[in-house]
Write a protein that binds this ligand. Sequence first.
Ligand SMILES: NC(=O)c1ccc[n+]([C@@H]2O[C@H](COP(=O)([O-])OP(=O)(O)OC[C@H]3O[C@@H](n4cnc5c(N)ncnc54)[C@H](O)[C@@H]3O)[C@@H](O)[C@H]2O)c1
Ligand SMILES: [Zn+2]
Length: 456
Amino acid sequence: MSTPYQIAPLSVSWAMPDPPMPAQEYFKWPDIALGATTPLEQKLGWPGGTLRVLDEAFQRQLTRKYGWEISSKSRQAPFHMAARVFRRGVAMKDQKAEQKAGQYRIRFIKALNWNDLLPHTQLCIIDQAVAEAHDIQARPNRIFMRLDEQSKTLESVAELRVLAKKTGLHTPWTIVGGGILADTAAFAAALDGQSFRLVPTTLLSMVDACIGGKTGVNFSPYGKNQLGLFAFPQEVLIALDWLTTLPPREYLAGLAEGWKHAVLRGDPALAEKVAQLDRRTQDLHLYLRDLVAVKAEIVAQDPTEQGLRAALNLGHTLAHAIERISQDKNPADSILHGEAVGIGLLFCIDMSHTLGHLNDEAWQAMTRQLKESRIVPSPADLQRFLATDDLLNPGLMQELLVGIKQDKKNMESHASEWVLLKDWGKPLQDRGRYTITVSDDDWRRCYQSFIKNWAQ
Ligand SMILES: NC(=O)c1ccc[n+]([C@@H]2O[C@H](COP(=O)([O-])OP(=O)(O)OC[C@H]3O[C@@H](n4cnc5c(N)ncnc54)[C@H](O)[C@@H]3O)[C@@H](O)[C@H]2O)c1
Ligand SMILES: [Zn+2]
């Protein structure tokens, strides 16, 4: 990665209403006991009862389409706070939507010395592993954090908020790390109305997580990224030099999302190059800007995911189910998100073809590209991640189906939602929606045929 490169910056405009989604219907809250302010609420600066409201909202399986109507007897503040962050924001009855808009630049830089490049007087929040690998030294304006999916939580947001307050430093925060740190720290910044710059250090965060304005944390037991805010950075600074220390598995995981972007762009030649980048990382700078631009453009068209943005979930339906089972069955050696996406992509391409939507030529080319690359783990790897010796085991298939539908309660519907492809750059649409309903019987048939062919 020693070749010098010069990549033109990208300019991204965004516009979004606040609250992000208009309500289709209102959920009328009954009076619930809110209890005293918890220590966590205190640290977050949230009104007492906010966590209770959030818990109740998930228990009741409310979705983003319901606005919230509060009976006059309830205390209002905790409901308002909870509505701001519940699945990145739902509308309150009588709340007037405000249109917000802005612009930021994504700059590609060659970084020689981060100790000098990082701001000296503003707050910097830095991934501990990155700091160690790149010898970023301790300074009064630097906070180091080591997070993983288990600690991507409100507790970490609260801790960060307390640490940030102690430094007495304000805007903008500079956030240096992978997607986990960026999602968490940007959420903390946005909660406190602080602006932030993002410096992604993994390939996945460069091509995906740092673009699009989604911030947030996991909320156990209700799942990944369930609490958050839409918030856009002032600037994104991408430097490929970080990747010299990124573990190879993490690099390939990022490449899976990059390949997905090339497919959505409708660019077989770009996808081919990306698939081959698994061994030739020094060429990444030639394609990185295009891969970033795909997501930026899709988000600009549909920031709140009411249409096209859903296509970015290509490969993610099966991926999420695999991730969940792997974390449960083999927590010590579980699959990475990008690895699961690699498998999910191979599968949804196959399913698109089996169900008669994707033409033979595109199906063959996409499948070949993925299989010739190292983006997709092997069937043997998947068996290990899922702690099984048979990927066609009916018990496992049932567990996958539960994961695909998000939870057991959804099992009565006998169908699930998928992003499918018609061709390069052409996700299948059904009445303006980019998710297609597939019956459980069809899914089983597609999965069985996929596994039989894949393992050969
Ligand atoms: N906001 C979004 O739109 C969006 C999109 C996609 C993914 N995500 C989120 O991103 C997260 C995954 O992010 P990720 O893949 O970047 O993982 P990550 O943040 O966990 O980073 C992976 C590992 O590599 C380490 N690391 C990071 N940069 C390094 C470097 N340059 N050298 C050495 N080690 C380094 C980290 O400490 C970590 O252990 C998930 O939580 C996912 O939900 C968010
Ligand atoms: Zn993803």
